[in-house]
Design a protein around this ligand. Sequence first.
Ligand code: FES
Length: 243
Amino acid sequence: MQPLPRPYRKAIFVCVNEREPGKAACGNRGSVALFKELKARMRELKLNKEIRVTRTRCLGLCEVGPNVAVYPEGTWYSAVKPEDLEALMARHVAPFESAAPIRGDRVGLVVADLEKAKEFYENILGAKFRPTEEVPGQAFRYAPFEVGGFSLELLSPTDGDGVIRRFLESRGEGVHHISFRVDDLDATIRQLEEKGVKIAARLDYPPEVIFEGCRWREAFLHPRDGFGVLIHFAEVKRLSPSD
Ligand code: FES
């Protein structure tokens, strides 16, 4: 089994389970039409590759159906009627129509000894690590991992001077940054600058630099603008077979 990068930014589950007439079931109360309408809206808005609308069998709450669950928010709705569609769209779909949506990716932790820290997270907390990546020219390496449904990475200096060594020497081990994925880094930067936020740094790697099987472009907000936290935005493109 392999951890999979989240394939959709959002998933909306609509229970369409049907039972014989007279029995409580979402599908007997109009949820099929609701599912079809939601699906059609995603196609119209060209969001169907980002927001997955899925019909499900019984979610175990038949008496209060039709039931709808929205993830990653983890918000559940019962007694959903056709006239609730607009409210659902406004609450969960409209934010995606903004030019540059962001989604939470991971937290980066600086550690002095990568192998020792990995051992702790693996053996004590049950973390699943992906391969460690070397960052050329910046004198550090990082090990991404998942634990308890949470994504993190350990960053550790290698030989030479670099931002991670300087961080470690001045602040010690601990949280280095929080990271958001974006689809279009330029659009995100434009949107942030329109809101008066200053980008502290940008990183555009040469095409041969690949991390985690992907090409990355990155930008950072300085901790003084992020209430003490370095905020990282990453546009991450998986390599195609022709690359
Ligand atoms: S039929 Fe929908 S929750 Fe059971």
